[in-house]
Design a protein around this ligand. Structure first.
Ligand code: HEM
Length: 496
């Protein structure tokens, strides 16, 4: 009787719903590993907390293995297959990233703009940005000088700065000068939006990956990072739309006057020109430039600065390289090409401080057979190990930081144009590899070179005396610079 009473009224439906939820949570939604590929770890927390070390331990398998990540099982492919699969037509960049980036959630529209709107952003970067690098060098130099003056002032006394936060501000402003032009690049509101959207959206995605799939559709409404991403996206819309409208009117006017293009030299103009009738969410597209440009470029430049502070003996030879080239050529695109030691330093920094332990995240649209017979099943996601960068088989004394390593390689006959910071290769996939290798790498290379070169020539900088050496932050497969690391900086004697 008691038992029946218990099941009467509301109790039975409540118990039923609870049981269904538990079944869905732990049973139905449990991701299954792919057949015939060894499983290294089925514990998503192991990957989320310690992914880099976990993947290192997977090398015992000699070929592919799989791990449970925050979203699904992923197949980890050894570095030696990078060249074999780099342009495979059935491996999709967009499908893989869309699955990992929750692009359908409100506030994450900029990710959708990169991944789902055909190849619009890629076209703008490849066809317009990269081809304008010669034209925008002077703008980048001017903006760097103004930014440093605003940020560090003219004082020849030491002042204390937080490295990563400053670099984020520098890159946000330089990138905005190119993506938005003078209209908005010094606008405090925009700089606040562009920097904070980038960080809150990446944090939001990382946080969502750590939630269970069934919890995500609710969790995102309550998550602070998701709420901020939505907030900054809305603010971007309010700020960007009037500028877009103005630029569209200019373009139409110049077309009406018979000019082929508006001769636009910033990304709004380029987007309007590349849209060709496609429906573009300009605020999202503009934020997607920020996402692509600010996060990884800032981390890269921060790592460079941290290594210069760790190895101050590198500073003077780099200064000398920059000074010599600028004396010969002035600030031109060719001068940036000629800064071979600085370029080599940046590539060595990227090799030793890789931001991602794997590269080439791809979704298999059909089954794929690797040359060792491993079958990558249809519907699986794979990523390629980026560990050759740390191997002495590929780089003699790989554990030693050798600033001249790549400059020396470029001196070999026929190798002059190889081994550059912006050259993707199977043994250095910081910009990815193959068809989808980062199209923004030439811009990123020039932007970071200009920012480092002016800092080297005009400022002294070093770690704060007494501070502990900063430790990299590692989670999932990511390595990030310590946001607390500080330096002291002063204007150099003899600079005005
Ligand atoms: C140092 C800075 C940067 C790093 C380390 C970096 C790294 C990467 C990586 C690893 C990929 C994936 C490539 C692959 O899977 O093969 C990528 C893709 C991409 N990056 Fe960058 N990136 C940087 C700067 C930029 C900048 C400044 C822009 C834009 C101006 C940009 C735009 C893009 C775009 C649009 C894609 C997608 C490519 C595609 O869909 O084919 N990146 N980047």
């Amino acid at each position: 009787m008691e038992y029946q009473a218990l099941l009467s009224g509301w109790t039975a439906p409540v118990l039923g719903v609870t049981a269904l939820a538990i079944w869905l949570f732990y049973g139905q939604n449990k991701k299954k590993p792919y057949a015939n590929i060894p499983v290294l770890s089925a514990d998503r927390n192991e990957y989320l907390q310690n992914g880099r070390a976990l993947l290192e331990s997977g090398k015992k398998f000699q070929s592919c293995f799989q791990v449970q990540t925050g979203t699904n099982f992923k197949i980890v492919v050894p570095n030696r297959f990078a060249t074999e699969i780099k342009n495979h037509p059935d491996l999709s960049f967009n499908d893989a990233h869309a699955r990992d980036s929750f692009t359908s959630y409100p506030g994450l529209q900029p990710f959708r703009e990169i991944l789902e709107n055909d190849t619009f952003i890629q076209e703008v970067v490849r066809r317009k940005l990269t081809q304008s690098l010669g034209l925008i060098t002077a703008d980048l130099v001017e903006e760097t000088q103004l930014t440093y003056r605003d940020m560090f002032g003219e004082s020849k006394e030491w002042q204390t700065r937080v490295i990563k936060s400053d670099v984020q501000d520098i890159i946000a402003r330089l990138s905005s000068r190119v993506f938005l032009g003078l209209d908005l690049c010094r606008n405090k509101d925009w700089l606040d939006i562009t920097k904070n959207y980038t960080y809150s959206s990446f944090e939001a995605i990382s946080e969502l990956r750590s939630h269970h799939a069934l919890a995500r559709p609710f969790a995102h409404w309550f998550s602070k990072n998701c709420t901020q991403a939505r907030h900054y996206y809305k603010r971007a819309q309010v700020l960007i739309q009037p500028v877009v409208d103005r630029r569209k009117a200019q373009l139409q006017a110049s077309l009406a006057e018979g000019e082929g293009s508006s001769k636009a030299s910033d990304a709004i103009g380029w987007m309007v020109e590349c849209a060709r009738g496609r429906k573009i969410d300009y605020a999202a597209a503009q934020l997607s430039f920020s996402l692509a440009a600010i996060h990884l470029s800032s981390e890269t430049m921060t790592m460079c600065l941290l290594q210069l502070c760790e190895m101050p003996e590198l500073i003077e030879p780099l200064r000398e390289d920059c000074r010599r080239v600028l004396d010969e050529r002035g600030w031109t695109k060719q001068a940036l090409q000629d800064m071979k030691l600085l370029d080599s330093f940046m590539r060595e920094s990227q090799r030793t401080k890789d931001l991602l332990a794997t590269s080439m995240l791809r979704y298999a649209k059909s089954p794929l057979v690797l040359s060792d017979g491993t079958v990558i099943p249809k519907g699986s996601t794979l990523m390629v190990m980026n560990d050759w960068a740390h191997s002495s088989e590929h780089f003699p004394n790989a554990e030693t930081f050798d600033m001249k390593r790549f400059a020396k390689l470029r001196e070999q006959p026929g190798e002059h144009n190889l081994h550059q910071f912006s050259t993707p290769s199977a043994d250095q996939m910081g910009f990815g590899f193959g068809e989808h290798a980062c199209p923004g790498r030439f811009f990123a290379s020039n932007e970071i070179k200009i920012a480092l070169c002016i800092l080297l020539l005009e400022y002294d900088f070093e770690f704060m005396p007494g501070d502990d050496a900063p430790q990299d932050i590692k989670h999932e497969i990511v390595r990030l610079a310590d946001p607390r690391a500080r330096m002291r900086i002063r204007k150099r004697e003899g600079t005005s």
